[in-house]
Design a protein around this ligand. Structure first.
Ligand code: SAM
Ligand code: SF4
Length: 328
């Protein structure tokens, strides 16, 4: 059991570590068209990221997921993977990526010790893909997914954010894409990050609606599969594909939350839906090499992890950070 325990007796075993706030896409639900990125000196070096990861694993964190921004826009991300892969006690090292650079990088990442990938894909229509990502190319992402399969990744999960009136008619196509390749898929409800306006509220599509669409084509059987995350999984009797639903609005999973996030600025975020944070960058830079100081700050900080988020109340703007700055 982890030593990192909050005041509600939840033990933190999962760290989402953001590698960059930058990205080659500009997904409509994630960032603005013209985002401001952090100045370079605010961004943790790869050594600082590894050091923070080490403090967490020494205290019992078993899973680390690298995210961003787009982790693969940071050059030598595979070196970070190789260094984290050596941390004693780390059982599961994974990454969430938009897939645009996987054609080239899937093999080096796999060889460096990364074993699990989540790849985002919201549509199989090339024009809609470019519209939703504001500049992405679908064919590069599909080629990246196929390169990851060829490189040896076996537990690939596709992440799809479904928006009413935009890609909700593609739910079955996305399921079929995954069935053909034996991939899992998680459908994610859009989370109200950034400024919540009427347009965002009207495009909200609940997990229950997505499930109904799938059930018109396939029988869904509840599965016991858990990945340590908030997804609830189902299976289809004739396929290895698992279908997950991540439902921050309709299904509050806070009581079993076992995770924290560290942004690339070194802010330890205690909850996705809340601005509570602890500045680890200052500690790392003011006390280089002092891992006990860092651990102490993490243990102090964890006492402030809130009981739950408040995403259910869509009329309340709770969080003004965009997802790329948070580490999705
Ligand atoms: N760039 C990588 C990617 O897109 O997979 C990793 C970072 S991205 C922020 C991580 C995940 O967060 C993606 O699956 C993305 O679809 C999801 N995401 C971004 N903004 C979101 C939002 N407002 N609500 C729900 N999911 C969101
Ligand atoms: Fe980039 Fe991922 Fe955000 Fe899309 S969801 S803009 S790919 S960080």
């Amino acid at each position: 059991m982890s030593q990192i325990i909050d005041q509600f007796n939840r033990s933190v075993e999962y760290l989402r570590l953001s590698v960059t706030d930058r990205c080659d896409f500009r997904c409509v639900y994630c960032m603005s068209e013209d985002p401001e990125f952090l100045p370079r000196d605010h961004v943790l070096s790869l050594e600082e990221l590894s050091w923070i990861a080490q403090a967490f694993t020494e205290m019992g964190v078993k899973k680390i997921r690298l995210t961003g921004g787009e982790p693969l826009v940071r050059s030598d991300c595979d070196h970070l993977v190789a260094s984290l892969g050596k941390l004693p006690g780390l059982e599961d090292l994974s990454m969430t990526t938009n897939g645009s650079r996987l054609s080239k990088l899937a093999q080096p990442l796999f060889d460096s010790g990364l074993k699990r990938l989540n790849i985002s894909l919201d549509t199989l229509n090339p024009e809609l893909f470019t519209q939703l990502t504001r500049n992405g190319k679908l064919e590069r992402v599909v080629a990246g997914i196929d390169a990851a399969i060829a490189a040896g990744f076996t537990k690939i999960k596709i992440n799809a954010v479904i928006l009413r009136g935009q890609n909700d008619h593609e739910v079955i196509d996305l399921v079929n894409f995954c069935r053909e390749r034996n991939l899992d898929i998680a459908f994610i409800e859009e989370m109200p990050l950034g400024v919540m306006d009427e347009r965002k509220q009207s495009r909200h599509c609940s997990s229950a609606e997505v499930r109904e669409i799938i059930e018109q084509a396939y029988t869904l059987v509840p599965s016991s599969k858990r990945t340590g995350g908030p997804a609830r999984y189902y299976q289809m009797p004739d396929s290895q594909t698992h279908i997950g639903f991540i439902s921050p609005h309709s299904n509050n999973f806070c009581h079993e939350c076992n995770r924290v996030r560290v942004t690339v600025e070194g802010r330890l975020l205690l909850c996705l839906g809340n601005e509570n944070s602890v500045d680890l960058k200052t500690i790392v830079r003011e006390h280089p090499g002092d891992i006990d100081k860092l651990k102490q700050a993490i243990l102090e900080g964890i006492k402030r992890k809130p009981k739950e988020h408040h995403f259910g109340k869509t009329d309340e703007v709770q969080v003004l950070r965009f997802m790329n700055a948070t580490g999705g």
